[in-house]
Design a binder for this molecule. Sequence first.
Ligand SMILES: Cc1cc2nc3c(=O)[nH]c(=O)nc-3n(C[C@H](O)[C@H](O)[C@H](O)COP(=O)(O)OP(=O)(O)OC[C@H]3O[C@@H](n4cnc5c(N)ncnc54)[C@H](O)[C@@H]3O)c2cc1C
Length: 467
Amino acid sequence: MRDTGRHHVIIGDGATAAAFAETAPSEAGDRLSVIGPDIGQLGRGLAYGEVPADRPWADAYLLNSPSAAVLPEFADWMAARWDEVTERMRGRRPDWLSFGADHIAAADHAALFAPRAIFGDYLTGLVQAALDRHRASGVAVELIMGRAATLDRDGAEFVIGLDNGQRIRADRVDLAPGTPALDGLGSDAGPCAFPMLYGHEDEIAAQVRPGRTILCLGANAAMLDVLRFLQSVLDEGDIRLSVLSASTLRPEPLIWQRPRKPAVEPEIAGSFDTCADLMAAVDAEIARFRTKGADMAQLRPGFKAWMTHETLAALLPDLAERQAVPPLLERRFRRGSHDSIADYRRLRIAGQVTETMGRAEAVAPATDGATVRVAGQNSLTAPLVINCSGPGTRLALDDLSTELLHRGWLSLTPDGAGVITGPDLAAGPAGLRYLTPAVMQIGERVMPFPLYDLGVLRTEAARANGA
Ligand SMILES: Cc1cc2nc3c(=O)[nH]c(=O)nc-3n(C[C@H](O)[C@H](O)[C@H](O)COP(=O)(O)OP(=O)(O)OC[C@H]3O[C@@H](n4cnc5c(N)ncnc54)[C@H](O)[C@@H]3O)c2cc1C
C-alpha cells in the first residue's frame, strides 16, 4: 500500500472533530487519525450523547431549534426513519410525540425540536460514512481512544502525547476540544451540588424526591434540560424548580408555522462608532419587526443571514468594538426548545417554578443541601443545586487550549470571552488548526453570532478544509 508519509490527526470526538474529519483533504497513502475519550461515538460530544435506553431521561434533551434549522438534511433523515423514531419515543416522559402532534400529523418533521440523542445518531452516521469514503480512497484511518494531554512542535512535525503515555507524530493537527467548561460553581460543594447536569444524572436522580426543590444557577438551555430531566423522573405535579438568574432574558422558541413566515430583512445602514450604538440600532429594528408581528422564528434567521462578518465590518469599522458584538447579539436572539419553554412557562404559572434575580458567586455544602452565595443578597439554600450557567466571560478553557494561549498560538478577545484564531482556523505553526464553539474571530473575520451553533461550526470546518 502506498504511504505518503503524511499524517493528519484530529483531536476531539465531538461534532466539530467529526466535521473536520468528514471533509479532510486527503489522498491515497495518507494517514488520518482521530483521538477522543469516547471515540466510538465520534460526532456526539457533549451535546448529542447517547444515554442508555433504560434511563428515564434517555432522549429527553432536545435540539434548541427546529430540526431543519439545525441541519436541513437532518429533517429529511428523520422523516425517512419516522416509524423507528415513533417507536423509540413512544411512552417517553415528557411526551415528545404528543407535544409535536400537530407537526407530526402534517408530516412537518422539519419543524420538530428533535431529541439531541437522535440527532447524534445522524451525526455519527455522517462521519462514519465519510471515514468509509476516506478508507475507500486509500487513506489509512485510525480511531484512537484517549485524551491528548500535550501537543508540541518537533522540527516540522507535531508530537501529541496521550494520557496513556503514547506519543503520536503528525504533520497536520486539528484541535477541536469543544465546549469550554462551565465556571466550576458547585464542583467542590459536597454531594448535593453539581457543576453541571450532563454526566451527573444518575447521582442527581438518586437524590430527587417529590416536592424537593432543585435550584438551578442560570436560566439558559441547560436549565431547560434540567426541567426535561425532572419531567422524566418525577410526576409533573411533584416538580419544584427554583431558578437563580442574573438576567430576566429567557430563550424564546423558534416556532415554525405552516406555511412558514418569511425571515425578517433588517435595514440597518451606515457606519457606527461603537458596539453600543449598533446594538441600539439592532434593538430599534427588532422592535419595528415585533410591532409587525414577527417572533423569534423570523427574527433570528433574518438577522443571522443578514449580519455576515462583512456586514458587521462595514457597520462597525473599529475591530475592538466589533469583538464585543457576538455575546450581545446572541443575547438578543436566544433560542430554546419550544417544548421545554412551553412547559417552563406552564409550571411557572402553576407556582412550581420560581425565579430569583441574582448572580451566584459561590456554592458551599450545607447540612440540608448546599448554600449559594448571591452577590449583594441573602444566600439561598436548597436540597439540590445544579450549575447551569455557561462560562460567560470567565472562559474556562481546557488545558490544551490554555497552553496554546500561553504560547501565543491563539489569543483572546479583549473581554476574554472568545478565542481568536488565525485565518482558516490557523493556530501557531503551519499545520495546526483550532475550532471550538468559543472561537469568536477567525483571522480578521469577527463572527457576528457565537459559534454555539452546529451549522456554523460545520461550515467553518468545511471552509478551512477547502470543501
Ligand atoms: C448541552 C448542549 C446542547 C447544545 N444544543 C445545541 C443545539 O441544539 N443546536 C446547536 O446548533 N448547537 C447546540 N449546542 C452547541 C454545541 O456546542 C455545538 O453544536 C457542537 O456540538 C459543539 O461540538 P464540539 O465538538 O465543538 O464540542 P463538544 O461537544 O464539547 O465535543 C468536544 C469533544 O472533544 C473531547 N476532547 C476534549 N479535549 C480533548 C483532548 N484533549 N483529547 C481528546 N479529546 C478531547 C471532549 O471529551 C468532547 O467529547 C449545544 C451545546 C451543549 C453543551
